[in-house]
Design a binder for this molecule. Structure first.
Ligand code: FES
Length: 124
């Protein structure tokens, strides 16, 4: 039912945690189930140098967040903003139809973190 990639990222999630002195933080909730994901970023010269996530959610949501952090690390902010929830699900070789909504947290939380970073920099 789950792809090997989903099981791998769920059982061995990458980049779990929170960056203490993050440059940007974003948190989103899933209206369908109430689960949440928080993403924190370190940005240097417009590039995502570090990214971590905390997901209070199901295995598919954790796997999506883990995959997202691997996709985003090292990307410019513009490149990272182009990563969609669908891209994350595709990189996981798909999710069961009833779990597709679980892939909606990761990229959205990262986009929110990038917006947070941009807002902070605009006001300083
Ligand atoms: Fe909530 Fe999967 S059931 S994110």
């Amino acid at each position: 039912m789950y792809s090997e990639k989903v099981i791998d990222h769920f059982t061995n999630p990458r980049n779990v945690g929170e960056i203490a002195d993050a440059d940007g933080v974003g948190e989103v909730g899933n209206p369908i189930c109430g689960d949440t994901t928080k993403v924190s970023l370190k940005v240097e010269n417009n590039v995502i140098k570090d990214i971590k996530f905390k997901t209070f959610g199901c295995g598919a949501a954790i796997a999506s967040s883990s995959m997202l952090t691997e996709m985003a690390k090292g990307k410019t902010l513009e490149e990272a903003l182009k990563i969609t929830n669908e891209d994350v699900a595709n990189m996981l070789d798909g999710l069961p139809p009833q779990k597709m909504h679980c892939s909606n947290l990761a990229a959205d939380a990262m986009h929110a973190a990038i917006e947070n970073y941009k807002n902070k920099n605009a006001s300083s």
